[in-house]
Design a binder for this molecule. Sequence first.
Ligand code: AMP
Length: 937
Amino acid sequence: MDQSMLAWAKTSPFNGGSASYLEDLYEQYLNDPTAVPENWRKVFEQIHDQAQNEIPHSAIKNYFREIARTRVAASHQIVSVDLKQIGVLSLVNAYRKHGHRVAQIDPLGLREPEHVEALQLGYHDLSEVDLEREFFVDIHQPAKKEKLGKIIERFRRIYCGSVGWEYLHVEADDERRWLQGWIENRYGQEGLSAEQKKEVLYLLTAAEGLEKYLGAKFPGAKRFGLEGGESLIPLLNELIQNAGARGSKEVVMGMAHRGRLNTLVNILGKTPKELMEEFEGNYQIDDEDYSGDVKYHQGFSADVKTPGGVVHLALAFNPSHLEIVAPVVEGSVRARQERRFDEQRKLVVPIVMHGDAAFTGQGVVMETFNMSQTRAYKTGGTIHIVINNQVGFTTSRPDDARSTRYCTDVAKMIAAPIFHVNGDDPEAVIRVARLALDYRMTFGKDVVIDLVCYRRLGHNEADEPRATQPIMYQVIRKHPPVRKLYAEQLQKEKVIEASDAKRLADHYRELLELGKNVVPTWIPMQTHEFTVDWRPYLNAEWTDPADTTLSAEVVKRLGDVLTTVPENFVLQSRVQKIIEDRRAMYAGEKPLDWGAAENLAYAGLVYEGHRVRITGQDSGRGTFFHRHAVWHDQNTGETYIPLKHIAQDQGPFDIYDSVLSEEAVLAFEYGYATTEPRALVIWEAQFGDFANGAQVVIDQFISSGENKWGRLCGLTLLLPHGYEGQGPEHSSARLERFLQLCAQHNMQICIPSTPAQAFHMLRRQVLRPLRKPLIVMSPKSLLRHKLAVSSLEDITNGHFHTVIPEIDDLVPERVRRVVLCSGKVYYDVLQKRRDEGIDDIAIVRIEQLYPFPLDELQTVLAPYAHVKDFVWCQEEPMNQGAWYCSQHNFRAAIPEGATLGFAGRPPSAAPATGVPALHEKEQKALVAQALNLSISD
Ligand code: AMP
């Protein structure tokens, strides 16, 4: 000890055990480390350094109290002993914090050995001499002492073994303490019985056996095998069985292609026969509307027995866009939880599997984490498993793949605990699974299991990995499979006989040969009160009728609720005016505007018992101040949602302002809508063009999910669209993109131009049995346009018109041109025609561009059979909008020999100009063109 320290020690308050003085001093240090004398700072720093937050103040107090209690006489000695004790505490915390950096988590042993200074004795002013001395490590139990050597041995075993624990970043004190307790006390005792060990060996045998079998039978066929990561199968089984034991009724899983076939057969019980047939190319496709998908994208549903009862398993279908399935799973889970009134969110558990490269590389992971605790999207915690084979296709250098130590660091954004576990230690994997599930069930939050493994073969089976990973694959070639390692371990432990492992492998192979289900817990699918019967929705047509009207009496009743402000609830003055106007509209005293009609549509649906769910960045109010489905008290800030007060037995109405995401949010709603056909599920873009932030969801799921996977989806997208001079970004929802994706009646594209049209369209989406995505080019300026209004009669008596004929009193025989158009431009053309007194040009609105209402349009055009001049008018540039994608439909509807001209903006790279004057000029020009006027008119 140096002289200054000694001097300090002699006058140190330790002498008198002055705990309260020390407490104050420590408090000061916590507030401002520079406020305490340097020597004290050093002491506190030593304690604090390794564990920024994890030492509670009370613990420090206890520590000093203990010193006071022991009252050792010589101050010199006290300080010497205490500093050592502090060093020990500091070392122990260093293991908690840094142990994972040297833990044996890489089965290949290729992880660069790291020298962690904080794990060295000297760093904490300790030395070899101290190893035989006794110290305490639990500051709550200072009397319980152990030799330092033993302490280190224990902490090395816990923190530097097969699991690298990262939990000190967990912010909640109770969670951190809970995790620490589990890891330090319970983990070591979570042994496996002989039976459990045998079960694990069976599952490893199954995992390996399936890949071997497929590899031998279909050499070179792509299967994205699990070889190297076989521990995934016992891991999944443990999670499912454990969830069942804790009362869960459903587990929804998402995963990419790696290991999917193995999961399908060995966890979900897809029969090997069915899988083999797929390998042989015998897909049962006799329906021309079904395109099918590759084997390793297929979803599956099954029931399994668990100690707590039957658990339903659903593996989500997914495309090759690896991580996008995560929010889809979350949406599906949320729908199931709501269906089961599962407020605790324990009855349905999501498990999402990831690849290491994609987990750290794809932004949707971060978006999904961000959603995990929000009102609209939480699912009570997801168990994430990273199948970390330490390579992304051919990319294995960490400095190519990421800028973080681990691929899992993204999970720290929500302070999720992360457990890196060596895939070659199946028992560690099982114990980690138990902890992960326990954490999820206890705290309702996400947790990450990083299953560190390897990929025995290439990215796919036809790939040569040695070309790019020569050193890794030299090691892999010599590395025994985990099944073999574990079988040897069990033999040593005398749990199995030498011949048992082979017998198990032979037995599994026989099962495969028989083609029968290999999952012992599998049972035929049960039906129960929460089972959804999808049959009514199968084979429905978009033309199926539905009465979307509401009676005058119901409108009155709903209108009353929608405009009744609770007592003492103070609306903002503009909102108040809107609600007062709405009251007059529902009473038939004023024409209905958009907001009134839209709210009435939702009110009608919940009144009839349907669920309505709306999310989007400003959905409660509406981006354009038109919806006001959520009211805000100006005095208290409290909210009131009239649509939740429609009737006692109404359907649920959920509306949320979403997190600022398009991709994950839309994927979530897709997951919700494909799981719950009885609800109206709406995602609303703030502006329509933002939808392209979710393009993967539109391309890979919404437009093609039914065709590829037979999954129906009634999701509605409200995409504000219209050229109002707001510039290139807020004008177009890229109608052309959606139209280009349309085929085989895969989705509906509507551009309603009146409030009543919106009303009937929204109700039709639920009341018809058809469950197809509905893409709506929704309005902006039309929300308040004086011509875009409807009467109550339109609500009580109408339906959704796919085509709206001319509304003015023109004489059809005198008409020499017919303008066809959709959406807002209609009103511009109509106004100009009226202004100009033109009476020989008819205007016909096409309100549904897909499926194209050919019959309806032909009927509407029948009075114009003599007309030779038809024009399609759109606001979008010629290369955008409906012109290229839909003109064949327009041409099919017009009389033979008639011409179809174009009135719109010239082709353009950007959707719209950012210069207001230019916008005005263009808009005038296209309206003039439609009406055959010279531009100067
Ligand atoms: P799941 O609860 O997702 O496992 O679904 C159970 C069963 O319901 C599936 O096997 C399908 O037969 C049916 N099903 C679920 N979702 C859909 C959907 N979106 N479209 C059509 N059928 C579905």
